[in-house]
Design a protein around this ligand. Structure first.
Ligand SMILES: *Cc1c(COP(=O)(O)O)cnc(C)c1O
Length: 385
């Protein structure tokens, strides 16, 4: 089976991890801060805070922004459940904003309408989480304007988007947001096995996320309620968690980061070949919005089901049957039974639901070979035509 995504591990990556295994620190050593600095420098954010997943980075970001019971977080229904669950961890509530039918990202027009209504009834969100689906940035400038007008904070879920650009700047620069979160799961652009990172330009937010990542415990006397009892003394000043990244992961991340631009270039080459191969087929290929340079985590096609005369699920199964590890990103979060039990209904976000009935993610990763890609393209053509 050709997978839909996979990691690329070089000898340099292996050597970097082995070096850590033979060093004094497996965790809480020098590599994590070095990886944080490397990411911050790459995307030109002031601060970066590493964690053991993007899910925990989203949770830390929500906590640092003060999300709690009685608050609301809005995100896109076409995302991984983690973009919404982070609000529930904080005791807050979730709501969704439907997607733009062209980019599949949060529809800024729908966001504005929903904000106008929420303002009227006094239920504005505290945080909005735009998700850069497939690695293509949302319209952050427009969302930022709305944030200033309606007073919400922005966490970019850029789990798909490291190495992507918005208006000539790397995603993660946080020009139009408070915090940006990256994932380093093996299917993503670069990997640390499990791992995540939050970037921000706010020292306060960075410090808060670092504190909460490690039990809410500090060794900084200026933050304590009284003078340290002795040189051993640490004090818990908040209820934190253990969301730390290990030194092994950070070493792998530093090594992978060197190839980030190369990987994204390769992904664009794969996308270009798919685009050409699918010309004239009854499918919609990914739209590249002007001002965006996608990291191309995913290559999503949408089937024109009326012209294909075959069910979506049948096309999917035929592709799997031919050894193509297609996938579907994502099941709209609001139709997950867990969310329906909270009151969400089918029909609430029609563009997201229509997308779900038509979308298929084709294999997309930097080391996908030409031969493998030909197999995929021929299978798609023969099944759909
Ligand atoms: C992968 C992913 C996450 C979660 O990332 P982990 O590092 O696996 O926790 C969150 N949001 C989106 C959009 C993702 O694709």
């Amino acid at each position: 089976m050709i997978p839909y995504g996979r990691q690329d591990i070089t000898q340099a990556d292996i050597d970097a991890v082995v070096d850590v295994l033979q060093s004094d620190f497996l965790t809480q050593g020098p590599r994590v801060p070095a990886f944080e600095q490397a990411i911050a420098a790459k995307v030109r954010a002031k601060y970066a805070v590493a964690s053991n997943s993007a899910t925990s980075a989203l949770h830390l970001a929500c906590l640092a922004l003060g999300l709690g019971p009685g608050d609301l977080l809005w995100t896109s229904p076409i995302t991984f459940v983690a973009s919404a669950n982070c609000a529930l961890y904080c005791g807050a509530q979730v709501d969704f904003v439907d997607i733009d039918p062209l980019t599949y990202n949060m529809d800024v027009g729908a966001l504005e309408s929903k904000l106008i209504e929420a303002d009227r009834i006094g239920r504005l969100p505290k945080i909005v989480v735009p998700v850069h689906l497939s690695g293509q940035s949302c319209d952050m400038e427009a969302i930022h304007v709305l944030a200033d007008r309606y007073g919400f904070k922005i966490i970019e879920d850029a789990s798909h988007a490291i190495g992507g650009k918005y208006q000539e700047q790397y995603v993660g620069v946080c020009q139009h947001s408070d915090i940006t979160v990256f994932s380093f799961h093996p299917v993503k652009i670069i990997t640390t096995a499990e791992g995540g990172m939050a970037t921000t330009n706010s020292e306060t937010l960075a410090d808060q996320m670092k504190l909460l990542r490690s039990h809410g415990v500090t060794r900084d006397p200026s933050l304590m309620t009284h003078k340290p009892d002795g040189p051993w003394y640490y004090q818990q000043i908040a209820l934190g968690l253990n969301y730390r990244m290990t030194e092994l992961q950070a070493a792998l991340g530093i090594s992978q980061l060197e190839r980030l631009d190369q990987y994204v270039t390769k992904r664009h080459e794969v996308a270009r070949r798919y685009d050409l191969a699918f010309e004239g087929l009854p499918i919609t290929i990914p739209v590249q919005h002007s001002g965006c340079y996608s990291a191309y985590h995913l290559y999503v096609i949408r089937l024109h089901l009326k012209d294909i005369k075959m069910a979506h699920g049948d096309v999917f199964e035929k592709l799997r049957g031919q050894g193509i590890g297609v996938n579907l990103h994502y099941i709209p979060v609001h139709i997950q039974p867990y969310y329906r039990n909270m009151g969400f209904r089918i029909g609430q976000f029609p563009e997201a639901e229509k997308y779900y009935r038509e979308a298929i993610s084709l294999p997309m990763y930097a080391t996908l070979s030409h031969d493998e890609q030909l197999v995929i393209q021929n299978a798609v053509k023969s099944i759909i035509q």
